[in-house]
Design a protein around this ligand. Structure first.
Ligand SMILES: Cc1ncc(COP(=O)(O)O)c(C=O)c1O
Length: 300
């Protein structure tokens, strides 16, 4: 299956089918790699990558947690992302930079392994199937403990836990899972942050266990522009279930209203008023229709 023409791999633009790795790749076995998920949107001035610089900064931060020396500079990687979109003739697309340890050493300590890097880009639509609201199951799996991992790094191996939670949620006919943290409070989805609205005010977890995503950050800024008060705080399961509105945020999912948490129906399974306001402003921002946020767009 070829979903776009070229992949940038170790500094070369290869054909889709030629971007291959060795079976003894360290990261394939142990998960010690880093990646990003970035989106590009159509604007009046052509395709633009949303918050590219911040994503690449996080990529470097994640790599530093693994003491992984990336073989390219931030500037080089940003330029390759923009070139890749052009070469593949893409408009709206998802971008996946990944860096991983090679096969020079199979011991757990990756020292001595070379670091390889690739960037792929392809069209990818609505992450949770494009439904107005989704059904979410509080997972039997706990979000990774902040003393077991560095929660705000995007490290490949962490996502085994996300996969387990997603599989379990899907098995019970839910669309997505929701992790609690080690204290039993609301943490985040397998690849999303969560917000709730109560009495006109917006709340989101400030747990040490979560990855505080860039979409979460954008939503906090948008809410302030809309004169909606935002508070980052501990959120209990009971508080969440008594919310007026709930939504997920993330690069892949964008802003996704939630209609059901376990057996609890939220806002009659409809998008709430505040969620709708935030969602529509977010759509304008990513499509370059908001002057103030043009600084977040990187044109190809
Ligand atoms: C665990 C986790 N939480 C939250 C997010 C949302 O982050 P962002 O908005 O930066 O995409 C992601 C996606 O990167 C994630 O993997």
């Amino acid at each position: 299956m070829e979903i776009s023409k070229k992949i940038w791999f170790n500094n070369k633009f290869l054909n889709w089918g030629d971007a291959k790795i060795h079976i003894l790749t360290h990261t394939l076995h142990y998960g010690g790699g880093v990646f990003e998920g970035i989106r590009t949107y159509n604007t009046k001035k052509g395709p633009a990558v949303f918050r590219l610089s911040e994503h690449i900064n996080r990529f470097f931060y994640s790599a530093s947690c693994l003491e992984m020396d990336l073989p390219f500079t931030k500037e080089e990687i940003k330029n390759r992302v923009l070139e890749l979109i052009k070469i593949n003739n893409l408009n709206e697309c998802y971008i996946r930079p990944i860096a991983y340890f090679g096969y020079e050493n199979m011991g757990l300590n990756p020292k001595g392994c070379l670091v390889d890097m690739a960037i792929a880009a392809w069209p990818w639509g609505a992450y949770l199937g494009g439904k107005e609201t989704v059904k979410v199951k509080i997972s039997k799996y706990m979000r990774l403990h902040p003393k077991s991992v560095v929660p705000d790094a995007k490290i490949c191996g962490y996502y085994a836990s996300s996969i387990l939670a997603s599989l379990d949620a899907k098995k019970s006919k839910f669309d997505e899972a929701l992790f609690l943290d080690f204290e039993g409070n609301i943490a985040e989805g397998p690849g999303e942050n969560i917000f709730m609205v109560k009495d006109g005010k917006l709340f989101t977890p400030n747990s040490d266990s979560i990855l505080k995503g860039l979409t979460r950050d954008t939503v906090i800024k948008i809410a302030k522009d809309l004169n909606i008060k935002v508070e980052e705080k501990t959120i209990t399961v009971d508080e969440l279930k008594s919310a007026d509105e709930i939504f997920f945020t993330g690069t892949a999912v964008e802003i996704q209203p939630i209609g059901i948490i376990d057996e609890t129906i939220i806002n009659n399974e409809k998008t709430g008023k505040i969620s709708e306001k935030i969602k529509s402003l977010y759509q304008k921002i990513i499509h370059g229709e908001e002057e103030k946020y043009l600084k977040y767009l990187y044109f190809t």
